[in-house]
Design a binder for this molecule. Structure first.
Ligand code: B1M
Length: 209
């Protein structure tokens, strides 16, 4: 199985074929970081591009992200051994009071697909839990909210980061259906992203990658 086949199978959302492809490539001696960069990450970049151009929609992106994840799960033990460097550490969660996680999961998967080390804090995440993740080394804190009633917890989290003396050392990106760039400006977030693929690009920019 060639890297190009893995790449195509990720784009087409063929999880079992991606997994089989990764196993075959490893067995034939292809380096884990080559599989990651030239097949999995490259494919997710292409998926993001197609999404932004309106050729792909959320379902296709989700299916591709799951296929990428299937390959990545198999690759992870080998990556630990390789010299690959993480693109950066991101802690992501859905804010307190909010249980919507489909968009957040998609953003997390796209970030992981782009080579970031992602700590998924889950849903209903308190400001204190985001602060703890920043204390534990997250360079970027990502918050998602789907309810107008929970958006204010983004501002509370930013305040909690300030109170903990961490605001200068961590970048904050926010997103979710009711969230806007205006709102991000108003609450002092570093960035807003309207969708998962632009979130990846924005996090790269925030970290100067
Ligand atoms: Co809820 N819900 N829901 N719901 N739900 C909405 C959000 C709602 C708009 C539906 C409606 O009334 N039309 C409405 C909110 C209204 C408002 O606040 N203005 C609503 C409501 C009211 C509720 C409940 C209060 C209903 C009730 O119980 N009375 C309740 C709240 C529970 C809670 O959270 N405490 C509730 C519950 C649920 C379910 C559990 C049934 C389920 C969630 C399942 C789950 O997530 N595991 C659910 C669902 C599925 C929805 C809708 C239908 C779909 C949301 C979704 O997954 N979209 C939603 C209506 C809608 O949006 N059409 C709705 C797909 C997803 C890929 O998009 O999450 O926007 P999204 O993510 C995008 C971008 O926003 C962005 O990238 C993603 C991918 O492109 N993005 C980020 C997201 N996070 C980001 C973070 C970033 C960057 C980008 O940086 C960190």
């Amino acid at each position: 199985m060639e890297l190009k086949d893995i790449y195509e199978n990720v784009i087409n959302g063929q999880a079992p074929a991606v997994e089989a492809g990764v196993k075959a490539a490893l067995a034939s001696g292809v380096a884990a970081d080559a599989i990651l960069n030239q097949a999995l990450i490259a494919a997710m970049d292409e998926v993001g591009r197609r999404f932004e151009e309106g050729d792909f929609f959320v379902p296709e992106m989700l299916i591709a992200a799951r296929a990428m994840q299937a390959g990545l799960n198999h690759l992870k033990p080998y990556l630990a051994e390789s010299s690959i460097k993480s693109a950066g550490k991101v802690a992501i969660g859905t804010v307190k009071g909010d249980l919507h996680d489909i968009g957040k999961n998609l953003v997390a998967m796209m970030l992981e697909g782009a080579g970031f080390e992602v700590k998924d804090l889950g849903v209903d995440v308190s400001p204190e839990a985001f602060v703890k993740a920043a204390q534990e080394g997250a360079q970027v804190v990502g918050m998602s909210a789907l309810l107008t009633t929970t958006m204010s917890n983004m501002e509370k989290t930013i305040q909690a980061l300030k109170d903990a003396g961490l605001r200068e050392s961590v970048k904050v990106i926010i997103g979710g259906a009711p969230v806007t760039q205006d709102y991000a400006n108003r609450i002092g977030a570093d960035a807003f992203a309207p969708d998962a693929s632009s979130a990846t690009r924005t996090v790269r920019q925030l970290l100067g990658n």
